[in-house]
Design a protein around this ligand. Structure first.
Ligand code: ATP
Ligand code: MG
Length: 168
């Protein structure tokens, strides 16, 4: 299955990591690639980074979002995509999470067709979960399951700062 968790509401990455937790519970080998390195050290990284069943890769710092050095950002995205490609061609990995991948396609940091082709050619038994806002129509088309999480209300808008365990 290819699952896409998109939309502006909170709960995309946390849901995806819930599936990684389920899979690990069943003894399945998993791969995680995070395309955006957040400001805070997140609990899921601390939990899974040294887990024998999880291969965890986080995009190196240096990705700016400020497009001051777009070439450097593209290089960082491509290096991270290489890590994703090794997982997506590895028969022994049952579940792959590509966290925040959608932004790499939306902003053209990765070649969309190349990403879609690699996803299509992955091992037949391998599940892939993609998260991030504004998933592209082609990705939604390829997916088997798509959930769009709606931002009905968020504590952040009431001035409440990020909470350990809930937000990271
Ligand atoms: P989570 O990691 O909680 O599952 P997410 O993956 O759905 O969130 P992202 O778009 O990746 O959301 O945003 C990452 C961070 O921004 C998280 O700390 C999350 O709590 C926060 N966040 C997500 N959606 C909103 C929102 N609508 N308003 C404010 N903050 C948000
Ligand atoms: Mg997220």
């Amino acid at each position: 299955l290819l699952l896409v968790l998109t939309g502006n509401g909170t709960g995309k990455s946390s849901s995806a990591f819930g599936m990684i937790g389920r899979s690990v519970g069943h003894g399945l080998h998993c791969g995680v690639v995070q395309f955006i390195k957040g400001t805070w050290e997140c609990g899921e990284h601390l939990l899974f980074k040294d887990h024998p069943l999880v291969s965890f890769h986080v995009m190196a710092t240096g990705f700016t979002w400020e497009t001051q050095d777009r070439d450097k950002d593209i290089a960082a995205a491509e290096k991270t995509w290489d890590a994703a490609c090794s997982l997506l061609t590895d028969d022994s990995i049952s579940v792959v999470l590509l966290d925040e991948l959608t932004y790499m396609l939306t902003y053209g940091y990765l070649d969309k067709q190349q990403v879609l082709d690699t996803l299509s050619r992955r091992p037949a038994h391998q599940h892939v979960i993609v998260t991030g806002r504004n998933a592209s129509p082609e990705l939604l088309e390829l997916a088997d399951t798509v959930s769009e999480i709606k931002d009905t209300k968020h504590a952040f808008n009431a001035g409440i700062k990020v909470q350990k365990g809930i937000d990271y």
